[in-house]
Write a protein that binds this ligand. Sequence first.
Ligand code: FES
Ligand code: FES
Length: 213
Amino acid sequence: MDSLLKLTLTRRELLKAGAASAAAAAAPSVAFAQAPDEPGRSPVMTKVAFEVNGKPETLELDTRTSLLDALREHLHLTGTKKGCDHGQCGACTVMVDGRRINACLTLAVMHEGDRITTIEGLGTPDKLHPMQAAFIKHDGYQCGYCTPGQICSAVAMLGEINSGVPSLVSEKLTARPKPSAEEIRERMSGNICRCGAYSNIVDAITEVAGRSA
Ligand code: FES
Ligand code: FES
């Protein structure tokens, strides 16, 4: 009996200790989540230097600034669009050292020394990039909001195909993928077009892929 009582007490103590340590473990994350709203707390600023569309840029930024906000709000390159700001629509797609990324999902300070290309760096109204010209030719946009992201994504995506990077629909992992409509649709699936211009977008990309193949 004695040992049963002892065991019961021990279990109670254990549960109490467990609850206390769970509360202690939760406390720092609650404090962390609330930290940015604390009145009087100043943002942490830092310098970041990178190349944007071939031009060196140095910015003094709040360390929480996304690359998308650095481009749009600080460098006024508003060609790159903010759709969802959560990595779900692809409107903010830019190229970093030739690879496409969602600029809303990365902090500007993570790109020290990187080479960033936005839609403004691909072509000019007088001298369009072939992908821009193909989007116009094939009516690859309606409202155009997703278009800069679609074009940046398409240019980098063809680079991926040309360098042999496989996708989920590639028949073989080791063979060079072909820019088929299926490959293009799969690889462009991170870029949402609410107007539904998809078939014209695929036509535009297919034409450029044919040219560069
Ligand atoms: S704004 Fe970045 S993915 Fe939607
Ligand atoms: S053209 Fe309107 S969202 Fe794509």
